[in-house]
Design a protein around this ligand. Structure first.
Ligand SMILES: Cc1cc2nc3c(=O)[nH]c(=O)nc-3n(C[C@H](O)[C@H](O)[C@H](O)COP(=O)(O)OP(=O)(O)OC[C@H]3O[C@@H](n4cnc5c(N)ncnc54)[C@H](O)[C@@H]3O)c2cc1C
Length: 412
């Protein structure tokens, strides 16, 4: 293929990289677009990997953004099983693991992140696994059968989602968490405790304030030794202790990085010819007025579309407020906003209920919200956070007025 003067090369064929390619193709039918991905699969969405694909309810291929054929049919050059190993900014070239070099006019880094390894003696035991990619599924799924013992290290979203699938499959599940409640990084302790209660009811045991000292092998199984002396035997140890942004290529190329690749409001790195999108980038958020690195489906799609539009000559500011959801059992839990501080939580419903909304207040303003099986409250909460109008606690607590109605009244 002869190369145009400004080919777009995208490194990382995940959700964000995929959306950049699709958006440019829609805007510029003739622009050369190359998408480089080290996995075997075309771009796919990861959330189902720890939910309905893990439980076997849906097929792995249902996660694909587009079927494999779509890319060739739409002249997106998709190079799978190919790793980019270096960037030469002077020559404007990407080096590939097979030794080939690829010229770019515009480069997009969409390399995502990798699971943080368990850095204790025995942390590399073969029964210790993380869940990030489709290739991780067979080994993990193979252990989720009745009677198996599963230990999840980290009570974050992935740990809890896998724990939920495992206990539903009849496994004995223990979750080990360094903090004193689950989801500590993203929700208030009282909300985390409300979510933990739902897991405990189904038989999951939690160890809070606990840390793993080491892992040893007992007849092929993993023996998880906690710092307090307890040992828990496991057929599978699911390690869900967060991730590390894959910003190594950017660092080696001299791009500014700090917990991810630093990008401006348009997604540009410190080199204006190079953009970064998705989990790997730390972006100036218009909605929050500060820099943030998000690990979420919404960001991987919408921020990538905004970058695709910028490259494709039809810019539109990316103003989304962070939004995240998780499914555990039949429960749907959502988070809107990403506050650095709040003073108190107002409950609509009770933490013991099967449905509630928790509203995070700073002074008389809403800064975030969580909903359990109450997704209809997310939109009005989002509006009220963005509008920043003062709201009275008593009005928010009054469940006889739907939040949507209250929001409209406040906005008027
Ligand atoms: C199990 C799981 C469950 C999740 N559940 C939820 C959820 O319920 N709700 C939610 O909002 N978010 C969820 N997320 C988060 C969401 O999936 C991520 O935020 C999203 O996938 C980020 O997209 P990305 O394209 O930035 O990164 P990725 O999807 O990780 O894609 C990056 C791609 O780049 C490739 N790559 C990296 N380096 C190179 C290289 N040098 N050369 C070539 N290719 C390279 C990687 O192999 C990967 O394919 C979940 C994530 C996981 C893993």
């Amino acid at each position: 293929m002869s190369r145009t003067t400004d080919p777009v090369v995208i490194i990382g064929a995940g959700q964000a990289g995929g959306w950049v390619a699709l958006t440019i193709r829609q805007l510029q039918p003739d622009r050369e677009v190359v998408l480089i991905g080290e996995e075997d699969h075309p771009p796919y969405e990861r959330p189902p990997l720890s939910k309905e694909v893990l439980s076997g309810k849906t097929a792995p291929e249902s996660t694909y953004l587009k079927p494999l054929d779509f890319y060739a049919e739409n002249r997106i050059e998709l190079r799978l099983k190919t790793t980019a190993s270096g960037i030469d900014r002077d020559l404007k070239q990407v080096r590939l693991s097979d030794g080939a070099c690829l010229a770019y006019g515009t480069l997009v880094l969409a390399t995502g992140m990798r699971p943080r390894p368990l850095s204790v003696p025995g942390g590399d035991h073969p029964r210790v696994r993380a869940l990030r990619a489709m290739a991780d599924l067979p080994e993990i799924r193979g252990h989720l059968t009745s009677g198996r013992r599963i230990v999840a290290i980290g009570a974050g979203f992935i740990g809890l989602e896998v724990a939920a699938v495992a206990v539903t499959a009849g496994c004995t599940v223990t979750v080990i968490e360094a903090a004193h409640h689950p989801l500590g990084r993203v929700v208030a302790p009282e909300v985390g405790r409300a979510m933990a209660a739902r897991h405990e009811r189904r038989g999951i045991s939690f160890r809070y304030g606990a840390s793993v000292a080491s892992i040893s092998d007992i007849d092929g199984q993993a023996a998880v030794h906690l710092a307090d002396g307890e040992t828990i035997l496991a057929d599978l140890v699911l390690c869900g202790i967060g991730g590390i942004p894959n910003d190594d290529l950017a660092r080696s190329a001299g791009l500014e990085c700090d917990n991810g690749i630093l990008v401006d409001e348009a997604g540009r790195t410190s080199d204006p010819l190079i953009y970064a999108v998705g989990d790997v980038c730390s972006q100036w958020s218009i909605a929050l007025g500060r820099r943030i690195r998000l690990e979420s489906w919404q960001n991987a799609q919408n921020q990538a579309i905004a970058v695709g539009r910028h490259i494709g000559g039809a810019p539109r500011p990316y103003t989304d407020l962070p939004w995240f959801w998780t499914d555990q059992y039949e429960d749907n839990f959502q988070i809107i906003g990403a506050p650095e501080r709040w003073e108190r939580i107002i409950w609509r419903g009770s933490p013991e209920d099967d449905r509630f909304t928790a509203i995070y207040m700073d002074g008389n303003r809403i800064v975030a919200g969580n909903t359990l099986n109450n997704a209809r409250d997310i939109r009005p909460l989002k509006q009220m956070i963005l509008e920043g109008t003062p709201v009275d606690d008593a009005l928010l607590r009054d469940t006889s007025t739907p939040l949507q109605k209250l929001q409209k009244k406040q906005a008027a």
